[in-house]
Design a protein around this ligand. Structure first.
Ligand code: NAD
Length: 484
């Protein structure tokens, strides 16, 4: 398939019109060989202003549209995604480099976010309170926040997009979407399909492609009511600082450094496949990836041997090929980062048991690495501190649950954590004491659309999914009805 910008009719979709944004362009690369897959325009400040103005102009009427009608529009988008499942997944696989099977899973997840959030259309509630004085009733109304700037990362472009637009639209907000410059194509394609096939009112969904310039313009504008950002911790910090200018609300879903604690009674037949998956899905580029593995000393030898054997069996190859477990990394920057992390670990004295970080000539010029396993690590090594975001597993022995909890919590991140144990008190204590927003017990990664996904500490603030995630797109308005 040849993919060009022309195919997408433009990089800017404002008030129902496509255009090429003009100005600078950003290349989108094919991760399998580093060639240019497409070129999109970098939205300028003026483009962003036009998009936000269009969203604001459309918002009041969208909020007045009965919620079940808004829900029907969201269901129509979900139906469209279902109908276009394979082409969307192929595009996603192409731009991110993820295996087609994983891309299909992401498309399904995107659809599920929309269907789940559409269900709130008849469930949005307020409260009625008795007043303090005679003849008075107080209404607490849930009203939309206004215009949402949905700033998305490259690793799950469609799922994160729908995770944001589902709750935003059902609650009566309008959106301006900024896809990542690394993988904007599936977002542009989905919106192109929505424009072509559905009758979502103009201005309700707008898109401005681009990179930092576009993102900054969205963050800096007083027209933005809520910045719903998913991405790197440092970008999130910058956004929060910039948002203080207009006291714009922020919802920040940032990175992680998930610990996986393997207690001595863990069932390794369950544990090893679960951690292999939690470290290698999307080539390790998941915010919830198992980034640090802590194994009880009694079983660390057996665990390590079996883990190395299991990851050595993974098939690294073309994302489009059946049977591929892992494709390339998504970008040249990712390749450099992952290779650098392994080199630094080696330099700090870690033992690299399996090294897939060096380019394998047989893969050609893309962003390829293979599974890598590192032992002999200490808690203060960079590999145990910084988000690696690649298929590198550091394994560290622990002697007690106190130690496991201490090293696991010794992180500036606090998104996801894993525990493998069959011992009830161990499980209960660990859930109680882990300082993480999301804990997976005896299972691999993968959140549910109706649960709650949130990072503690420097993994963010806000929280997405489920009822609480949906309510973040609303604010409370109080009306005192004095009726005498
Ligand atoms: P990133 O922060 O580099 O980019 C994210 C988005 O922000 C992109 O669209 C980018 O163009 C935009 N951006 C960059 N600079 C900006 C600025 N100054 N102002 C406004 N927007 C700006 O992150 P990434 O590399 O695309 O994504 C990977 C990171 O995202 C990882 O750390 C990962 O853990 C995290 N992530 C978190 C979750 C979660 O739910 N917590 C989910 C997916 C990814």
């Amino acid at each position: 398939m040849s993919t060009t910008t022309e195919q997408f009719a433009g990089s800017r979709y404002v008030a129902g019109e496509w255009s090429s944004a003009g100005g600078a362009t950003v290349d989108v690369f094919d991760p399998t060989d580093g060639s240019v897959l497409a070129r999109v325009n970098e939205g300028t400040e003026a483009d962003v202003k036009a998009a936000l103005s269009a969203a604001r102009a459309a918002q009041r009427d969208w909020a007045r549209t009965p919620a079940p009608e808004r829900g029907a529009h969201i269901r129509a988008i979900a139906d469209l995604i279902r109908a276009e499942r394979e082409p969307l997944a192929k595009l996603l696989s192409r731009e991110v480099g993820k295996p087609l099977s994983e891309a299909l899973g992401e498309v399904d997840f995107a659809e599920a976010y929309l269907r789940y959030n559409a269900e709130w259309d008849r469930r949005l509630e307020g409260e009625i309170l008795p007043g303090d004085v005679r003849g008075e009733t107080i209404h607490l109304l849930r009203v939309p926040v206004g215009v949402i700037a949905a700033i998305c990362p490259w690793n799950f472009p469609l799922a994160v997009l729908c995770r944001k637009i589902g709750p935003a639209l059902v609650t009566g907000n309008t959106v301006v979407v900024k896809p990542s410059e690394v993988s904007p194509l599936s977002t542009i394609e989905l919106v192109r399909l929505i424009d072509e096939r559905l009758d979502v009112p103009k201005g309700v969904i707008n898109v401005v492609a681009g990179a930092k310039v576009t993102g900054r313009a969205l963050v800096d504008s007083p027209l933005t009511s809520l910045i719903s950002f998913t991405g790197h911790r440092d970008t999130g910090k910058g956004i929060m600082a910039a948002a203080s200018k207009h006291l714009t609300r922020v919802s920040l879903e940032l990175g992680g450094k998930a610990p996986a604690i393997v207690w001595r009674d863990a069932d390794l037949d369950v544990t090893i496949p679960a951690i292999v998956q939690a470290r290698h899905a999307n080539a390790g580029q998941v915010c919830t990836s198992a980034e640090r593995v802590f194994v009880h000393r009694d079983i660390v030898g057996e665990f390590t041997e079996r883990y190395v054997a299991a990851v050595s069996q993974l098939t690294v190859g073309a994302p489009s090929a059946a049977g591929t477990d892992m494709g390339p990394l998504a970008s040249a920057a990712q390749l450099e980062k992952v290779r650098g992390a392994v080199e630094t670990a080696r330099g700090e004295g870690a033992e690299v048991l399996l090294d897939g970080s060096a380019a394998d000539a047989s893969f050609g010029p893309g962003y390829w690495v293979s599974p890598t396993v590192v032992a002999g690590v200490r808690r203060d090594m960079r590999i145990m501190v910084d988000e690696t975001f690649g298929p590198v597993t550091p394994i560290m022995a622990i002697d007690s649950l106190d130690e496991a909890l201490d090293v696991a919590n010794d992180s500036r991140y606090g998104l996801s954590a894993y525990l493998f144990s069959r011992d009830y008190p161990t499980v209960m204590r660990t859930v109680d004491e882990l300082d993480f927003g999301e804990i997976y017990i005896n299972r691999t990664l993968g959140e549910s659309v109706h649960a709650h996904h949130t990072g503690y500490k420097e993994s963010g603030m806000g929280g997405e999914d489920g009822k609480w995630g949906m309510l973040r797109y609303t604010q409370i308005k109080t009306a005192y009805h004095h009726h005498g």
